[in-house]
Ligand binder design. Structure first.
Ligand SMILES: [Ca+2]
Ligand SMILES: [Ca+2]
Ligand SMILES: [Ca+2]
Ligand SMILES: [Ca+2]
Length: 493
């Protein structure tokens, strides 16, 4: 058995660390006054305080409580806000690791083990369009990653400004030898996973594809940044989570995956999400494993409303909403496969295991976003999210349960995002003369559906028909120009 904190049952009061608070000092206050107040309140600043626009994590000295410290801070007049450092928990369910027939049903479901054929994200179809997202950095803010794993090592982000193993902080970012990411618990550059959650999440979104080993991620190639704040029990704190998020933001991540939650509303965490938004980063969040309605009972961070967030529920191999999965007609965006998902495991460099949870659903969306962002580098974070939501496969089991009413479909998401761009992806432009019939030849990707558009003014393009290429990537279609005008045609994927 994997020993992750079980979810479910009645809502529990938010838990927090008993020796810390997070404080936002008021702008423009006298630093000396703040220091003097900290001494009088028996508070010290921890090592990690140079991030997120002046937020400070303060350690509480002996004889003081969090409640007492919150009250004193509010009364001091020196702080913008102060809050507990909430405990956050991995959203993975306990699960035995028995082999389940039909592994990787999430990518291509052939109906094994009571699965429903095509209850999957159409990954195989999407891979005809693109497999390589190596231009994209995805930050896995989690329990770290087994960086030596055979199916992950080649897809890890590498810090270009840090020399490994020389004991020197070469890039001056405050962390020594942060080659593939950080460990925010210890303040080191070693994000090695000691519980498995982060390794599993990373494998789902970006295990190396087509290498003859293990599994394949939704993106076959990608840059995975390993940012560790969950410990061996699958627990971490807000202050370390936001340190990881700020590292992702300042080191070029395009997508952040958050397969965890807990605590209560935190202005610090919300601020970290907003700062990611300002950098154009999509924040993918697991909906939670209480089997409850987030519209009625908020789950954080899923229940923040920043528009760079995608909140993900979990489905089964039969396309049902998983019994443990949180939902929300107005607060959970879509669902993705989450139950009995095979991925990489932390126990050895050749380890693999099955796991379940909304933790496993979120990285399906993160991997899909990586492919989308790689395919259309000019897409904004809103276009990426819109494409994912508009293209979800509608399911009766999700109607009224998630905003989109559907489950992720990567293939359709790629086609939808392509439709947002007016630049043809295939530059076949052929002049048609009034009432002339002619044949348009297409050379493109193998077995791919292309849309033929026509225009006479180069401003307004109208979809006319579609054509599928054959296994050699060629196809043809017979066209007739619209009457009374010379018309031009282009081909788009
Ligand atoms: Ca399919
Ligand atoms: Ca460094
Ligand atoms: Ca170094
Ligand atoms: Ca592989």
């Amino acid at each position: 058995m994997l020993h992750f904190p079980a979810q479910g049952g009645p809502p529990r009061p938010p838990r927090f660390l008993h020796d810390r608070v997070i404080v936002a000092p008021k702008e423009g206050i006298d630093p000396a006054a703040f220091e003097q107040w900290m001494r009088s309140a028996n508070l010290t600043t921890t090592q990690r305080h140079d991030w997120l626009g002046g937020l400070r994590v303060l350690t509480i000295g002996d004889g003081r409580s969090v409640d007492d410290t919150l009250a004193r801070a509010q009364a001091s007049g020196l702080v913008e806000w102060v809050e507990p450092d909430y405990i956050l928990t991995a959203f993975q369910r306990p699960n035995d690791a028995e082999f389940i027939a039909g592994s990787l049903w999430n990518l291509e479901n052939v109906g094994a083990a009571s699965g429903v054929p095509d209850a999957d994200i159409d990954a195989t179809e999407a891979w005809d369009r693109i497999t390589d997202a190596s231009s994209i950095i995805v930050a896995v803010v989690d329990s770290g990653i087994l960086t030596t794993h055979e199916d992950l090592a080649a897809n890890l982000w590498t810090n270009p400004s840090e020399t490994a193993g020389n004991g020197v902080d070469d890039d001056g970012n405050g962390i020594i030898d942060d080659l593939h990411g950080i460990n925010a618990i210890t303040g080191s550059g070693d994000p090695t996973d000691d519980v498995g959650h982060g390794t599993h999440v990373a494998g789902i979104l970006g295990a190396v594809g087509n290498n003859g080993r293990g599994i394949t991620g939704i993106a076959w190639k990608v840059q995975i940044m390993a940012l560790k704040f969950l410990n061996a029990e699958g627990e971490g704190s807000t202050s370390t989570a936001i340190q990881c998020m700020d590292y992702a933001r300042s080191h070029g991540a395009r997508i952040i995956n958050a397969s965890w939650g807990g605590g209560s509303r935190s202005r610090s965490l919300e601020l970290a999400i907003q700062r990611a938004r300002a950098a154009g980063i999509v924040f993918v969040v697991a909906a939670g494993n209480e089997g409850s309605n987030n519209d009625a009972t908020p789950s954080y961070p899923a229940s923040y409303t920043t528009d760079n967030m995608v909140v993900v529920a979990a489905t089964t191999r039969a396309d049902a909403l998983a019994s443990y999965s949180n939902f929300g007609a107005s607060t959970v965006d879509l669902a993705a496969p989450g139950s009995d998902i095979r991925s990489a495991w932390f126990t050895s460099s050749r380890g693999y295991a099955d796991a379940s949870g909304t933790s496993m659903a979120a990285p399906h969306v993160a991997g899909a976003l990586a492919l989308l962002a790689a395919r259309y580098p000019g897409a904004t974070y809103l276009q990426l999210i819109d494409a994912i939501l508009q293209s979800a496969d509608p399911l009766a089991s999700l109607t009224g349960r998630v905003v989109s009413g559907g489950r992720l479909n990567v293939d359709r998401a790629l086609a939808t995002l392509g439709s947002f761009f007016t630049t043809p992806v295939s530059l076949v432009l052929q002049r048609g003369v009034t009432a002339d019939a002619f044949t348009l030849q297409i050379t493109g990707s193998a077995s791919t559906l292309y849309t033929i558009e026509g225009t006479s003014d180069f401003d307004n393009w109208t979809a006319i028909t579609t054509v599928a290429t054959d296994a050699s990537g060629t196809g043809s279609v017979s066209l007739t120009s619209a009457s009374a005008a010379t018309q031009f045609f282009r081909v788009r994927q």
